[in-house]
Each structure stands twice: as C-alpha cells, then as structure tokens.
Design a protein. Structure first.
Length: 467
C-alpha cells in the first residue's frame, strides 16, 4: 500500500470493538490480507474495554488468521508491529485523551465503529472533544437504524461531527465480487441494454436462502428480523444495481446519484404485498419470546416507478431454515409475441440467472430444437462460472477503499433513508406471521403475492463444472 499512498489517504486506523466477534472473524483477516497484498503500513489502534494489552490483542489477531491458507509468519509480524491498544470506557473523556496521545502525529485517522449503534453518540462526541475527529473519517457498521426515524437520528449524530463525505456506511455485501459483477455485466455488454426494461422483462426475483437458523443468537434476532437483517440493506442494494440507469461519468458521485434516484423511485411496500414467516422451533431458541412474532422469512413484491420499470414486479424472498444456502437473482423475460413452433405457454421463457453465493455463476436460459422431425423445443442453460483464486474479501476491499477515501461501494445518508421508506410500512402495525416447516421454501402463502401467473424460482444445488 506504500506505493499507493496519497495525501488523501488515512494515516492511522482506529477500530472500536477490537476484542469483539466482528474483529476476530472479519477485521483481522482483512488487515492481514492488506499487509500481505498491498503493504499496509499505518498504525492500527484497537479500542475496547480495560484489562487487555497490546500483547493480548496481538495474540487474538494471530489466532484469527493463523489457520488461513496464505498465512505467513513474516507477514503477520509486520501486522503485529502496527498494532496498538487503548482500553477504557467509551463515556470517559480520559479514554479519548489517551487515544489522541497514541495517534501521535497522525493527521487523517479513520475510525471504524464496530460497536452497537447505541454507543455511536458517546464515541463520536468523545472523538470530537478530544480532537481525534479533526481531519478524520468514520466507518459505521449496519444496521443503520431500526426504521426511518432512528436512521435519521443516527445521521444527525454523525453529522454533528463528520461531513457526509467523511462517513462510510459499510455493508459488506456491496464488497462481494459477485455483487459488483452484476453492475459490470449490465453495463459492459451491449447486448443486454436494449432488452433491460419493461418491454422485455416479465419480472425479477431475488432469493436469499440459509439452511441454518439463528445459531444461538435468538436475543439478537428478536431485535432485528429478516426485513431489518437483510432486506432493507443487502437485497434492496442488489435491486438498485439491477435496476439503476448507467451513471454519467466515472465519478463516485455519479454512481451514488443514480442509486439514489432508483431508491426514491421504489414504491413503499403495502401490507398485501408481503408475507412474513417464522420457522417451526424458532420460539424454542434461547432469548426468543415464547409468543414471538418476529419474522425469520419475508417475501415481498416491490414496484419501481420509472419509465424503464413501470409495471415490472420485483420479488424478494429471504429466510432461514430453507432448503439451500444461496443467493440467486432470476430475471425472467417475456415470451415471444407469437408461438410459431410450440403451443403458447408450454415452453419456458428465456431468462438470465445470477448466482451470487456460494458459487459465482451467470447463466442464460434459452430454447433449442429437440432432436427429431417435429419443431419442438427444449430448454438449455448457457452457463459461465467465475472464480479467481485469491480475490479480495469484502472487508479487505471496503477497508482499503475507506482508507483511500473512495465512497463508491458505501451507502450515503439519503439512500439509507430512502430504503427505510420502502420497508417502513412492514415494520408498523401487526402484520401476520405464518409458521413454516424447516427445510421448505417458507410459507406456501408466499405464492399469493405473485401476479400475472408468475411462480417462485427455487434455486437448485449447482452442478459441478465438467472435467
């Protein structure tokens, strides 16, 4: 990273919550990869509770990365040499005075708040009063609020100290190679743009499925639910990439402007356009209320009021304890205007299929003539698999971008608030929750939100590539 450093880059990284689970699973591996790949060479200051030492933090960092396939003791030694530690109460001014001392001559630090949102206010004020916020940037983890009012309150708290261009709202989903590939595939291939509109597309479906449940985090999930956990952020962001118009120019602001325009065109979801579900056994999880009405499954129909997408339904489905762990986009095209060969409705329509995880797959569904004398068709799928060994993890990419001041893969305040306006109606009132059996695709009633004869596309186990 030394060769890439510029006068706009951050010259120190402070991450609050250094002893937490996120740091262990994501941040330390990302920092190690940045040292190994790019030569990251700025002070890294861990902030957490008293009682820890830099030696203890270094040991935890080593435990986090030493089992990775690319572990090299020499590279870890370089990371260890960058580590510092400041322990203290986030509400105590002395904690931030010590941080300012440890920062030394750093003039452009970046502060990563890997802490509960309830602590954002005290930390941001502590940074401001101690001078640690001067010339600095701040990275905040989702959730960006629990609804529109709390998101607006959170933005006010951040804006009291940091200008919007210095705030990086991190959603690791936007750092995934497969998600970025959606945007690239759309705008780098000329054959797609002429049909990427309401004239040719019948509907677009996104399924985000997990075979597991809440994995012992029942108390956390009781505060979140599927809509807050993945729909309002991850999946609406994916829809934005699928539906936005091409940005005018290469500047980050141009990309953000198009995404914001798209979010503002999303119609708030009505209660009759959503089905909420809860897998059987959820209420027996530790930390879950015996009469819980929190959804572990959500299916909804979304409309985008633009010239390009008017009357095209977008379907989102996300849930736990489903048959497969995967995220897949299905873009269904309309049938030809006349059935020249096969009887109308007897053959499937064309489609594009994007598997975002765990494999990265792009497929196109087409019809070819079935062998024989008659002019009858059969469906085939043209598939491209994309895997680059050693590609950057989402956190490595996003942390590097934040250090460089690149906001293109981060969400801005207006987009966050616009996304909350879309799902806010689902968070109010007392919408019903239907129980479903683990291992199924959720409540059968999720089919009720489909219109014009559409049915859900159920992702399948991806076939292996031929030898």
């Amino acid at each position: 990273m030394d060769s890439k450093m510029t006068t706009l880059d951050s010259d120190a990284l402070v991450f609050f919550g250094a002893t937490g689970d996120l740091a262990y699973k994501q941040i330390f591996p990302a920092l190690y990869a940045m040292v190994r790949r790019d030569g990251l060479n700025i002070p890294i200051i861990g902030m957490a509770r008293p009682g820890w030492t830099v030696e203890k933090l270094t040991q935890r960092a080593r435990e986090s990365v030493e089992h990775s396939v690319d572990f090299e003791p020499g590279c870890f030694a370089k990371l260890a040499a960058l580590l510092r530690y400041v322990g203290g109460d986030y509400t105590d001014p002395a904690t931030f005075k010590e941080l300012r001392k440890v920062l030394g001559s750093a003039a452009r630090p970046i502060h990563y708040l890997a802490i509960p949102p309830s602590m954002f206010g005290p930390v941001v004020q502590g940074l401001a009063k101690s001078g640690c916020a001067e010339g600095a940037r701040v990275v905040v983890e989702k959730p960006f609020g629990r609804d529109l009012p709390t998101a607006q309150a959170l933005d006010r708290t951040l804006h009291e100290v940091f200008p919007e261009q210095s705030i990086f709202r991190i959603d690791h989903y936007l750092g995934k190679e497969a998600v970025q590939n959606l945007l690239y595939f759309r705008f780098a291939n000329s054959f797609l743009e002429p049909i990427w509109n309401r004239q040719y597309i019948r509907n677009i479906q996104i399924t985000m499925a997990e075979t597991f449940g809440v994995q012992g985090r029942g108390a956390f999930y009781e505060e979140v639910g599927a809509v807050r956990d993945v729909v309002q952020n991850h999946l609406l962001q994916v829809i934005a990439l699928l539906a936005m118009d091409a940005p005018v120019g290469h500047e980050t602001q141009a990309m953000q402007a198009e995404k914001l325009r798209l979010f503002r065109a999303m119609r708030p979801v009505r209660p009759d356009e959503v089905v909420r579900g809860q897998f059987r056994g959820y209420r027996s999880e530790k930390g879950v209320a015996p009469d819980s009405r929190v959804e572990t499954f959500a299916a909804l129909r979304l409309h985008i009021d633009t010239w390009r997408w008017a009357d095209v339904p977008f379907y989102i489905r996300a849930g736990k304890c489903l048959p497969l762990t995967t995220t897949e986009v299905m873009v269904n095209l309309k049938a030809p205007p006349l059935a020249v060969f096969d009887a109308a409705g007897l053959t499937p329509s064309n489609y594009f299929r994007f598997r975002l995880s765990p494999e990265v797959v792009i497929s196109a569904g087409a019809l070819v003539k079935h062998t024989g004398e008659g002019m009858h068709g059969e469906p085939v799928e043209l598939t491209a698999r994309h895997h680059v060994p050693g590609e950057k993890s989402p956190y490595e990419r996003l942390l590097g971008d934040a250090i460089h001041g690149d906001t293109s893969l981060f969400t801005q305040d207006e987009s966050v608030e616009a996304a909350w306006r879309v799902v806010d109606p689902l968070l109010k009132g007392d919408l019903p929750v239907t129980e479903y059996e683990p291992g199924t695709w959720g409540p059968p009633s999720s089919a009720d939100i489909m219109v014009d004869g559409a049915t859900w596309h159920d992702p399948q186990v991806e076939a292996s590539s031929p030898c």
